[in-house]
Write a protein that binds this ligand. Sequence first.
Ligand SMILES: Cc1ncc(COP(=O)(O)O)c(C=O)c1O
Length: 423
Amino acid sequence: MVKVPGPFKTPPSITLDPKPLADVPDAPLTPESGDARAMRSASRRSEIPVFEVMQITDEVARRRHAGHDVVSLCAGEPSARPAPGTLQPAGYTGPLGTTPLREAIAGHYRDWYGVEVDPGRVAVTTGSSGAFQLVFLTAFDPGDRVALVSPGYPAYRNILTALGVHVIEIATGPETRYQPTPQLLDEAVREHGDLAGLIVASPANPTGTMLARSELQSLVEWCSAKGARFISDEIYHGITFIDAGPDSRGVSAVELDSDAIVINSFSKYWGMTGWRLGWALLPEDMVAPFEALASNFALSPPAPAQELAMRAFSPETYAERDSVVQGFAKARALILDAEQSLNWGPAAPSDGAFYYYSELGPQLERFGDSSSYARALLEGADVAVVPGGDFDPVAGHRAVRLSYAAGEAAVAEALDRIIRFQG
Ligand SMILES: Cc1ncc(COP(=O)(O)O)c(C=O)c1O
């Protein structure tokens, strides 16, 4: 076997624990004193060997970039590329993404948040959805408890459940602007036991609400004191409509704690949903276990998307995307102006993202629940809205979510039809 020198080391966690997963205790570790976070290590199931070939692929690319004439007999991919005009050639990249893109993402944190991020802690993924899967696998074991709010983005709950993690749903409403608070987390611990993690999103889906810097800080501190991983979904950063001065694009958790896990994506602000590209900022201790999982589960994030995404961070692109956000703002204003005519119930404050989440109020008497309302609206007026059940299994049957990402003209037409439909 060829010995490869350099960075292709098996991660320190490589000693496979002979204990089967079924023996993993249900109760998470309880931090007693000191730095509680040090008590929480990467998950046992991330203790798999890294797929070394993918690390070598990464190193080959780095060396070629640095001008070396590398002959690679390493990767399992055809070197004869498709003929021009037929298919576009693209090979694997390193399992955590290309070095230039990881550096560019770190640069984005310098530009937008004024914070230095080590590119070595940036992991490029197949959308933020890919980041969730790998982060949850790296951070949590079956039986761990992870908190999130409802209403909230349903995939957090569903991915965690599929991975055998207990989801602790914290019901929220207008009192806390649909966001968690340290008090709500204390109550959740009293009721369910210690938490291994907390997931927050600001702006959130479906409510659009945002956390102020001090609120985010109090949640980060709560997690740090309790030894729980803090996971911040920042996919809607930049799509915001409130004036919070320098915090107007959203506050990144990495500004407050370099050990926070940040997840983001090119899907929303940059409008690149179909390119399937996102990223995670990982705490130091999670990088090697994450890479082990990523190199086996995904091999590498999509190469052409990574190349294209290099253009995302230019001043021209930011300006173009900001003008798109201004278009969302106009569409949002149309909905807010139409609130009275809609004759629905109370809505969440739509600080950001492109969602308007509202109780249906008087419409419920007529239609029963939000699913029936949505179905009737689609059949009767050809307007599609999302009933709230996916976001909130308990109270979502009373609410609907409108996305104004479709733009001003589509929203104007939809509002017109909804108001006529309701009569
Ligand atoms: C809050 C939130 N997070 C993550 C995602 C996943 O996006 P992607 O996988 O395209 O990055 C979505 C998609 O709607 C979302 O609303």
